[in-house]
Design a protein around this ligand. Structure first.
Ligand SMILES: *Cc1c(COP(=O)(O)O)cnc(C)c1O
Length: 351
């Protein structure tokens, strides 16, 4: 096992030996021509798992969301997104720039929740304002501490959207984490949405790939749009085999990552300068604030001790657990953070 404990993101995990064997053995064909049998199996398995009719394999979660927005919305339409959504903060301006789609925000509270009444009030019928074609939710809610949004909350928002003639997309990059935390099925969380995307390259541990799922007729149109944005891939079965392996073998182990994240948060809560609500850790993402020490210096010193984390603000630190981090390494990471923080604090170091 590597000496570096990399908690920057769950995207850093490497394919396992068994996953690499599945990739090496994959049957392939030209997927743009529709003849890659492994991609077809993956799309069928993903659709079934999430309870939708069809699925489209794409290179990234960003492309899954982009293709979804471009398929749901026409030029001049509007999509409602959460104020802390990944679509708004981390996907550039893909939908506005490429699709002429405007993004209107409704507030995510600090646990990621969206008020369905605010969604109802934000939906617009068009002329002279834009028409709201789509409402997007995110589950888990990445920037809000990886919060798991329960099915009844998804349904409450979806009901408002549908009543007003808009469709609903879930950015479910980590929807299996949400399902594990809520002790439900991903299909239950997805049931009231028209379309759902999810990533194989995060907690599921595949090297690359995401999927967009929804009704067959929608996915047919999305397939043409994927081609338009350059997402058509040829012998993609090599990477789809990794995603299929992840879906079959790595979903059931997500509770281990959640237990590790909870233990990490509890350990961090005992350290000087750390402000954290350990009880707010639903899934595999841990956020905390540092008081009285410099956040950048903390991250640099921790990195020198072979523990990597990311910063989402000068004093805000993010640590994410995943399948390449063991329970033992969580204890090592807590110890390293303790050493760094005590060395940065003359008062504590002298005691
Ligand atoms: C990571 C992420 C994405 C984008 O996925 P990429 O594969 O990195 O493009 C979309 N939504 C959420 C919530 C994410 O965490």
């Amino acid at each position: 096992m590597s000496a570096v404990i990399d908690l920057r993101s769950d995207t850093v995990s490497r394919p396992t030996d068994a996953m690499r064997r599945a990739m090496a053995a994959a049957e392939v064909g030209d997927d743009v021509l529709g003849d890659d049998p492994t991609v077809r199996r993956l799309e069928a398995a993903a659709a079934e798992r999430i309870g939708k009719e069809a699925a489209l394999y794409v290179p990234s979660g960003t492309m899954a969301n982009l293709v979804s927005l471009l398929t749901h919305c026409g030029r001049g339409d509007e999509a409602i997104v959460g104020s802390e959504s990944h679509i708004l903060h981390h996907e550039g301006i893909g939908a506005p720039a490429l699709g002429g789609i405007s993004l209107r925000t409704v507030r995510n509270d600090d646990r990621g929740h969206i008020d369905p009444v605010e969604v109802r009030d934000a939906i617009r019928a068009g002329v002279p304002a834009p028409r709201t074609a789509l409402v997007c939710l995110e589950d888990t809610q990445n920037r809000c501490g990886g919060a798991a949004i329960p099915a009844q909350e998804v349904r409450a928002v979806a009901d408002e959207a549908h009543a007003a003639g808009a469709t609903v997309h879930i950015d479910g990059a980590r929807i299996f984490n949400a399902a594990a935390a809520l002790e439900t099925e991903a299909a239950t969380l997805a049931a009231s949405a028209n379309t759902v995307s999810f990533c194989f390259s995060k907690g599921l541990g595949a090297p690359v790939g995401s999927v967009l799922t929804g009704p067959g007729e929608f996915i047919d149109r999305a397939r043409a749009i994927r081609r338009m944005v350059g997402g058509g891939m040829r012998q993609a079965g090599v990477i789809a085999a990794a995603a299929l392996y992840a879906l079959e073998h790595h979903v059931d182990r997500l509770p281990d990552d959640h237990a590790n994240a909870r233990r990490l948060a509890e350990g961090l809560a005992t350290l000087p300068h750390v402000r954290i609500d350990a009880g707010a850790v639903d899934t595999n993402i841990v956020f905390f604030e540092l008081d009285g020490v410099d956040g950048r210096a903390f991250r640099e010193r921790l990195a020198a001790a072979s523990v990597l984390c990311s910063g989402t603000g000068p004093q805000r630190v993010r640590m994410v657990t995943h399948l390449d981090v063991s329970a033992e390494q969580i204890e090592v990471a807590i110890g390293a953070a303790r050493d760094v923080l005590e060395s940065m604090s003359p008062a504590v170091a002298a005691s």
